[in-house]
Design a protein around this ligand. Structure first.
Ligand code: PNS
Length: 165
């Protein structure tokens, strides 16, 4: 496993400014970064995976993030199977609070046991510390303005109401 190749996994439903902050910083830390949309069976999705991929690609392009950044999705099994396939030795996660620490710690331990993949936690920029996809989903579903919390591409998409089918 190559410790210069990292994966930023998540539901990204939808991508937020907090996600983009983690992606930007991880892209500057590693030689190659895979931003991976993973289906989380524990969460009811708002957006199809293909739409999340499009929004991530647009958001990364528009934010001028530099480096070798690959956007992909994974629904074939374990996250570490994808990491092994692309030779990534590191998973990068954003940690906003003790709640995130409690949620992420068991996953980090399991992933290291499964495939010797290390998890690196990045602390958020304080400006994004309280932003979550679930909050954005709720505000958007009730017709509120989510533009302070999401990349412009996501705000444009949610504004059209296209996600409400
Ligand atoms: O953005 P999320 O929903 O907090 O992301 C969670 C995610 C998708 C990264 C997590 O559920 C995950 O890693 N799922 C893949 C399945 C897996 O590998 N499970 C076993 C190790 S935790």
């Amino acid at each position: 496993m190559n410790s210069r190749i990292a994966v930023v996994p998540g539901s990204f439903d939808p991508p937020t400014l907090g996600h983009l902050d983690v992606i930007r910083r991880a892209a500057s830390l590693y030689d190659q970064l895979h931003v991976l949309v993973v289906h989380n069976p524990g969460k009811e999705a708002m957006l199809p995976i293909a739409q999340r991929l499009t929004l991530l690609e647009q958001s990364i392009a528009e934010s001028g993030i530099e480096g070798d950044v690959i956007v992909a999705s994974w629904s074939m099994g374990l996250l570490v199977d994808y990491a092994t396939d692309v030779d990534a030795g590191v998973l990068v996660k954003g940690i906003r609070s003790q709640v995130d620490v409690a949620y992420e710690t068991p996953m980090a331990i399991v992933n290291r046991h499964l495939a010797h993949v290390e998890t690196v936690f990045l602390l958020p920029d304080p400006a994004h510390a309280l932003v979550s996809s679930s909050l954005v989903r709720q505000v958007a579903s009730l017709g509120g303005d989510v533009s302070p919390f999401v990349p412009a591409a996501v705000a444009r998409f949610l504004d059209t109401g296209a996600h409400q089918g």
